[in-house]
Design a protein around this ligand. Structure first.
Ligand code: FES
Ligand SMILES: [Fe+2]
Length: 367
């Protein structure tokens, strides 16, 4: 990495992060999803990862899923390659068996108490089709609630999953979604729409921004018309869209909700950005997007693939730019962003105070 000096910041950015934001790790003392429930089948183990830590998810034929460090205590072979036997996982190499607490219960060729060594276990929970672990201090796990996840459990909504993997720090994703002034990027998918900032709400652990959108040209995409209906007056002229889009980072998760002009929730998106490697410059996204079923529910079923293609294209565009931002950060050896939008400045401050500077984090010079 080149060692460019980081530019001094103007005084109005005094609340800006003290460290380069891309050197701030996620606070591990939260619940992070690391796999979809359906990927971890009964009687099987599954290899997952959080910030460079390999984690084996094990689902016995009976009983809840559990999480262990994915390294056998004997010779560090991944336990996820082993066999599930009863409530235990048996390593594929010499057959040491570990229980859900990570205790070694058998070393088959010695079969004597206390010979094997334990492996680390992680608090593990399952909710709304996701498996969560608590990578931080296990003693705190009970005190931290699992998040509310879109409208997965609400029969009035239909929910789809998405899970792009991104070569960038999680903070780029929070900024991308919060900053609706980037609709220009999506002009080919959405036509020409502009965001109007409608207000914000903030607290110690959250930042919310609300927008409405006006269409300046281009056609309304089919998927958008399906959620909201057509925006035309009686002469067939395009009308300003009156829905309110609320984007909120409630650390460490992010949501995007759309309420129609009657104030009813019509779309609810929940996303978690989970760091993959120890440098946290790769992110696995877990997203759930719930759409309110129209009166004729089958219409939504019919349009579901179109909605999928539409959202995937938008995510592809976002993925490309956030990865380019990360590439520039790497080439310049630091964050040279000139942020002008107060909401994003506040979001950056929130991410900085909520996260943990990594071992290489360099303090920024203050103006
Ligand atoms: S490496 Fe796992 S039992 Fe030997
Ligand atoms: Fe976007």
């Amino acid at each position: 990495m080149q060692d460019h000096a980081i530019q001094e910041r103007p005084a109005e950015q005094d609340s800006a992060p003290e460290y380069d934001l891309r050197q701030i790790d996620c606070d591990p003392n939260f619940w992070y999803p690391i796999a979809w429930s359906h990927k971890v089948r009964p009687g099987k183990a599954f290899a997952a990862r959080y910030a460079g830590h390999p984690i084996a998810l094990i689902r016995p034929e009976n009983g809840p899923v559990y999480a262990l460090e994915d390294r056998c205590a004997h010779r560090q072979v991944p336990l996820s390659k082993g066999m599930v036997e009863g409530d235990c996982i048996k390593c594929c190499y010499h057959g040491w068996a570990f229980d859900r607490a990570g205790k070694c219960v058998t070393v088959p060729y010695l079969n004597k108490e206390g010979v094997g060594r334990p492996v680390k276990s992680y608090p593990c929970r399952e909710k709304s089709g996701l498996i969560f672990v608590f990578p931080g201090d296990p003693a705190l796990a009970e005190t931290v609630p699992l998040p509310q996840i879109a409208q997965v459990e609400n029969p009035e909504f239909k929910t789809r999953r998405f899970y792009p993997r991104l070569k960038c720090h999680y903070t780029f994703m929070h900024e991308n979604l919060m900053d609706m002034n980037h609709q220009f990027l999506h002009r080919r998918q959405m036509g020409s729409i502009t965001a109007r900032f409608m207000g914000q709400d903030k607290g110690e652990n959250f930042q919310e921004a609300r927008y409405s959108f006006a269409r300046k040209g281009g056609n309304q995409p089919l998927a958008e018309a399906l959620i909201f209906g057509k925006h035309r007056d009686i002469e067939g002229q395009e009308q300003p869209v009156e829905e309110i889009v609320s984007i909120r980072t409630t650390y460490p998760y992010q949501t995007l909700q759309i309420h129609d002009k009657d104030g009813d929730l019509v779309m609810d998106l929940w996303v978690a950005y989970v760091p993959l490697g120890a440098d946290q410059q790769g992110t696995q996204t877990f997203g759930l997007l719930s759409v309110k079923k129209p009166k004729w529910g089958f219409l939504l079923d019919l349009a579901w693939p179109v909605l999928g293609i539409f959202t995937n294209r938008i995510f592809e565009e976002d993925k490309e730019v956030v990865e380019l931002e990360q590439k520039a950060w790497r080439e310049l050896g630091g964050d040279h962003n000139i942020e002008v939008f107060p909401i994003v400045k506040a979001l950056r401050a929130l991410l900085a105070r909520s996260g943990v500077p990594n071992a290489n984090a360099r303090p920024l010079k203050k103006g």
